[in-house]
Ligand binder design. Structure first.
Ligand code: AMP
Length: 282
């Protein structure tokens, strides 16, 4: 595996393979890798000739007071994991390389990025759209892989890639969880032992929704209250949002008679955790 830090070098190295007809696959990450990230890398390895992974903690997608400065890092361990997963290139640019002096461009995706994390983290998806556009322009992959853990992010990326006619196929991958149900996240490292127990309330709340649906419940407000009360019963938790939305538009659903996405964002101690599940309604 070759580690590259410069944009010009990544172009030189990767273009060689594209020119001879090799399929380039790409997995963008912010590092501190876990099995969730590695599931994307594995799929990418299966479907492409050349696998590129990036590690870049992107300052433009963090708001004031968020965890940009303390975001966990372990490049040595990450590089070893990626080497073991058969990655060809690890791209780890500096902030200055990605945003040199004079950088002035913004990208904004309206509609799909307005609700959920878009309301709680103003500007977050502008930052995501900007960095992912830059990374796709630098690597120019045939396919890029993203987790459904960040469901809204995946939808936002699909939107601007289509809108801007970018020549990369966006692949969404399922959420990887611990055996007890907690969705893997680099931010789980922020949880102490008590908070780690409370964090299970996100994924465990899904069972109450299934139960309500089986009981014939169709009222959003009823099921929302059940989920909110369940989460609130857990120490160290503070709800950011509990939203029942259309899986395509991410607009709130009026009732639970069609397929919907339950999207959750909950602070557990200092960690802001997100999770989601698509409920199929017969
Ligand atoms: P991050 O390093 O948090 O920016 O995540 C990089 C990519 O890994 C994103 O596409 C995430 O959606 C994906 N990812 C993070 N956690 C998981 C998980 N538990 N299961 C599947 N994909 C994940």
């Amino acid at each position: 595996m070759k580690i590259i830090t410069k944009i010009s070098e990544s172009r030189d190295e990767i273009n060689v393979f594209r020119c001879v007809g090799k399929r380039i696959g790409f997995v963008p990450t912010m590092g501190y890798l876990h099995e969730g990230h590695l599931s994307l890398v594995k799929k990418c390895r299966e479907e492409n000739d050349i696998v590129v992974v990036s590690i870049f903690v992107n300052p433009t997608q963090f708001g004031a007071g968020e965890d940009f400065e303390r975001y966990p890092k372990d490049l040595k361990k990450d590089a070893a994991l990626l080497q073991g997963a058969g990655v060809d290139f690890l791209f780890t640019p500096s902030v200055e390389e990605m945003y040199p002096e004079g950088f002035s461009t913004a990208i904004s995706v309206s509609g799909i990025s307005d609700g959920l994390c878009g309301s709680s983290r103003p500007g977050h998806f502008d930052g995501v759209a900007l960095v992912v556009t830059k990374l796709l322009n630098i690597i120019m992959p045939h396919k890029a892989y993203f987790g459904m853990k960040d469901y809204q992010q995946l939808q936002v990326i699909k939107r601007f890639v289509a809108d801007l006619n970018m020549n990369t196929k966006i692949i969404g991958m399922p959420i990887i969880r611990e055996t007890d149900g907690l969705a893997l996240s680099s931010r789980n490292i922020y949880l102490n032992a008590d908070e780690r127990k409370s964090a299970l309330c996100l994924s465990r709340s899904f069972a109450f929704v299934y139960e309500a649906l089986e009981g014939g419940e169709t009222e959003v407000s009823e099921v929302k209250t059940i989920v909110e009360n369940f989460i609130k019963d857990h120490p160290h938790t503070r709800i950011d949002y509990v939203q029942f939305v259309d899986p395509e538009t991410l607009k709130p659903v009026k009732d639970l008679t069609k397929d919907f996405l339950l999207a959750l964002a909950v602070y557990v101690g200092k960690a802001r955790l997100i999770d989601n599940n698509i409920f199929k309604v017969m």
